[in-house]
Design a protein around this ligand. Structure first.
Ligand code: PEP
Ligand code: MG
Length: 835
């Protein structure tokens, strides 16, 4: 995709232009500026080295378009091109188009995927287009346009659609940009007609000439190979008011990040208006509190003399070992707080630290007689820059992870205590960015909200803020205008931040907060009571647990049973397999704590992202598609049988135990696992050891299991849908890869259909069906699940009170209708709107 560079004498001017262009293109293209000079006294000027760096930072063979303001900006750009590799120069074009209008038009055209020449044409059309529009208003001026809009050739195979413009300001720049993005890639000639005026729908400048106002009826016509598809895309966009919030609904056109939060895209809504700043909403909730500005950086080394390669290397290895220990503790703490998936962030940091890529670079630097702190600073800065310069948003956000581990090691190397983020009064924390370790330290009883200048909805700080329940807004332009101690109101749903609000605003929002809190209090008070809909359909609410501490949380949080005991946690973080006896004791202890209420213990679900150090596992190219879950157990019979025997013995003691096999893909796997269970039972009986066969269910987390659910139901006592894995396998999108997180969403129609098919198969076979993936605790889905006939929802203990309260307000009848309506929807955004 084509990138844009803005060269200006003024940094403020260039940043403003880029902000506008980024807003129109939703961060789809790379936009950078080289503007001003690094002299606080006299910041106006241009610098050819900075221009060269800017071009290189966004360079691709698709092309780079450079906009310049005046005079020496042109000269400096010429010099920069002289310094640039000759091969690259061929793909860099300096345009004479006007810097503001041209940059905006070109950015929209580039984001729509047009070629370099087309983008250049669009940038040149910007000024005449504006002249025409202004001239139309001031009739005495007359401007002769020296460009042609699309040549419109009447065609018998033309497809058309008419739409009434509902947008209050008509089809202005933003809707126009949405139209170009929606239709530009279709192989068709597409036009828009308003009255007698007909223009090219792939040109933002031409659309601006339409002058379409609210209430106008605009005809979109297309001819060519993909005419029908283009019209469909236009129709969809028009039905969504060209992606503009026109005041009827608060929801923009959105993606779901798979963690139950809505994504408007980077900077998509970032704007400053009348004492109100907007950013990307990242964690829901309202907060009113004074601001506390926070800065986190990697400490600077003293650049001392090297004390010898051996010494420096040992110092590094010791620091690394200590850092890994710290990260393991942090991961364990995060798991205990109920955020199992989020703990993966810290496990990923361990992997990053262990990466030979960092090690090799350190060794090279130490060999050049550099001390370890300086070497570490160089390696971290270099690696973080490489990530930050990447074209992928996902990779860019990983720069912060590198800086996080960079800081962690540097503190150890310099023997400095970590600056604790501790508060004793309520505040809203404002920072440029927070590392995951910083975020994990936040205490929600004092940190009422989080505002970050950087980060997207998939950044780890955003994910952690959600898991801590702290309202958060990220990607906020304008945090620099926030002052320590100033009161702000932030709304984590709309992404708006109100600066120094009036008393009546504070009062209004306080009422809202109190209502939310009183609702929460009421939910907590009722948490231990069963939850039924108003028409008396009861839904069992169980907990997902891994440790005995979780079991306590589940009991105090109101769980009516355990829907998923992830037994693999007993097997992890140890050097040898737990014995049959220790497993028996653990399962018995959990089951007796639940005193007759169901305790569903899932057999070992290892493999994929959960390796065991003491189990021989061959390296696999695609571990998530390899030997994991039941496959691994059936190939490691000794491990599996030990667990099955412990479970059979525990069931003899506690008849509330049920077992569940993970990752079942075929009927044969289920039969084989059950037959092993029977063999183990026979073995124990022969040895006169008390043993009882529990109910046997399976997890439905693979598409194949959904498809043969009717057959599996003949052998299973119950189903439990693992929406985490089901989503990743249905959508073929790694659940840990944020680059595809928009696919990893329970609101994807394909996922909801799979859940519905499973529920239907269970209903026909008269067996129970539950959900134990993360989605079970997401109250946006509760009504749909009730409507689909799910009998039981199993979730992190902290979600129980809220989900029960949601159930109490539903009617099964309405829920059934709603579920049916949702199943007919075609797209993620439609589902999210209806949920
Ligand atoms: C699931 O896949 O939804 C599930 C509950 O299992 P896990 O997250 O442990 O893989
Ligand atoms: Mg799973």
């Amino acid at each position: 995709m084509i990138s844009i560079v803005v060269v200006s004498h003024s940094l403020k001017l260039a940043v403003g232009i880029l902000e506008l262009a980024a807003q129109m293109t939703h961060g789809k293209i790379k936009l950078v500026c080289a503007a001003g000079v690094d002299d606080p006294e006299n910041p106006i000027g241009t610098d050819s080295v900075a221009i060269l760096e800017a071009i290189e930072s966004v360079y691709s063979e698709d092309g780079v378009l450079v906009f310049v303001d005046i005079g020496s900006a042109i000269l400096s750009t010429d010099m920069a091109l002289e310094l640039l590799d000759a091969e690259k120069v061929k793909n860099v074009h300096v345009t004479a188009a006007p810097i503001v209008e041209g940059t905006i038009s070109a950015s929209v055209a580039a984001a729509a995927g047009l070629s370099l020449n087309e983008v250049i044409d669009e940038s040149h059309l910007a000024l005449p287009s504006k002249q025409k529009q202004v001239a139309e208003k001031n009739r005495e001026e007359s401007v002769v346009l020296d460009f042609k809009t699309t040549e419109i050739i009447p065609n018998r195979n033309t497809v058309s659609v008419t739409t009434e413009v509902k947008n209050p300001h008509g089809i202005h720049a933003r809707p126009a940009s949405a139209i170009v993005s929606a239709v530009a890639s279709f192989d068709a000639v597409i036009t828009l007609k308003n009255g007698n005026n007909e223009v090219n729908a792939k040109s933002i400048n031409s659309i601006a000439l339409l002058g379409a106002k609210k209430g106008d009826r605009v005809v979109c016509s297309a001819s060519g190979n993909e005419a029908a598809a283009a019209i469909k895309a236009f129709e969809l966009l028009a039905s969504n008011n060209f992606n503009e919030d026109i005041g009827q609904s608060k929801e923009p056109l959105i993606n779901d990040d798979g963690n139950g939060y809505l994504n408007r895209g980077w900077g998509g809504e970032s704007k400053n208006i009348d004492g109100c700043i907007k950013g990307v909403p990242a964690s829901k909730g309202i907060a009113i509190a004074p601001i506390s500005l926070f800065q986190t950086t990697m400490p600077k080394p003293s650049h001392r003399k090297s004390l010898g390669i051996e010494f420096e290397r040992t110092t590094f290895l010791k620091a690394k070992e200590k850092a890994i220990e710290g990260l393991k503790l942090l991961a364990a703490k995060t798991v205990k707080e109920g955020a199992t998936n989020q703990a993966e962030i810290f496990n990923a940091h361990i992997q990053m630290l262990d990466d030979p890529f960092l090690d090799n670079q350190i060794s090279d630097l130490l060999n050049s007689d550099i001390d370890i702190e300086t070497a570490w600073e160089i390696v971290v800065t270099r690696t973080a820059k490489a990530y930050a310069d990447s074209s992928s948003d996902y990779m860019q956000e990983r720069a912060n992870d590198i800086l996080d581990i960079g800081k962690r090691i540097m503190l150890l190397l310099l023997d400095i205590d970590e600056v604790k983020i501790e508060y004793s009064t309520p505040i809203i924390l404002v920072a440029d960015d927070l590392t995951p370790s910083d975020t994990a330290q936040l205490d929600p009883s004092f940190v009422k909200g989080l505002i970050l200048a950087k980060g997207g909805h998939t950044s780890h700080s955003a994910i952690l803020a959600r898991s801590l329940g702290i309202p958060a807004i990220v990607g906020v332009n304008g945090t620099k205008s926030l002052v320590n101690g100033d009161i702000v109101i932030m709304d984590g749903i709309t992404g708006s931040i109100m600066l120094n609000p009036a008393k009546e605003d504070i009062d209004g929002y306080r009422i809202q907060i109190e209502a939310d809190e009183s609702e929460k209090r009421q939910a907590i008070q009722l948490a231990k009571q069963a939850a039924s809909t108003i028409d008396e359909q009861s839904i069992d609410i169980y907990a997902n647990v891994a440790t005995l501490k979780d079991v306590d949380d589940a009991l105090s949080g109101g769980a009516e049973g355990i829907g998923l005991l992830r037994s693999e946690f007993l097997f992890m973080d140890r050097s040898e397999m737990p014995s049959e006896e220790s497993q028996f004791e653990f399962y018995s202890e959990v089951a007796s704590a639940f005193n007759g209420q169901p305790v569903i213990i899932r057999t070992l679900d290892i493999g994929g992202d959960k390796p065991l150090s003491y189990l021989q596992q061959t390296e696999e190219d695609n571990p998530f598609l390899g030997s994991r879950g039941i496959r691994l157990c059936l190939n490691n019979k000794m491990v599996f049988e030990t667990q099955l025997k412990a479970l059979l013995r525990a069931t003899a003691k506690n008849s509330n135990i049920e077992i569940m096999f993970p990752m079942i893909a075929t009927f044969e796997e289920l039969k084989e696992a059950k037959s092993l269970l029977n063999d183990c039972h026979r073995d124990l009986v022969a040895k006169e050891v008390a043993s009882k066969i529990p109910k046997v269910g399976i997890m439905i987390e693979l598409p194949s299991a959904v498809v043969i659910a009717d057959q599996l139901a003949k052998e299973a006592d119950f189903f439990s849908i693992g929406t985490n894995d089901l989503t990743q396998y249905v959508m073929a999108a790694d659940r840990g890869n944020e680059a595809v997180s928009y696919l990893v969403s329970g609101a994807q129609p394909a996922v909801l259909k799979m859940i519905s098919m499973t529920a239907e198969a269970a209903r026909k076979a008269s067996i129970r069906v539950g959900i134990c993936g993360e989605l079970a605790g997401d109250d946006r889905f509760t009504e749909t699940f009730v409507g689909l006939g799910i009998d039981e929802l199993s979730m992190s203990p902290i979600r129980i009170a809220e989900v029960k309260q949601t159930i109490r307000k539903l009617s099964k009848k309405d829920a059934t209708n709603k579920a049916q309506q949702i199943l007919e929807l075609n797209s993620l955004s439609e589902v999210i709107k209806v949920l």
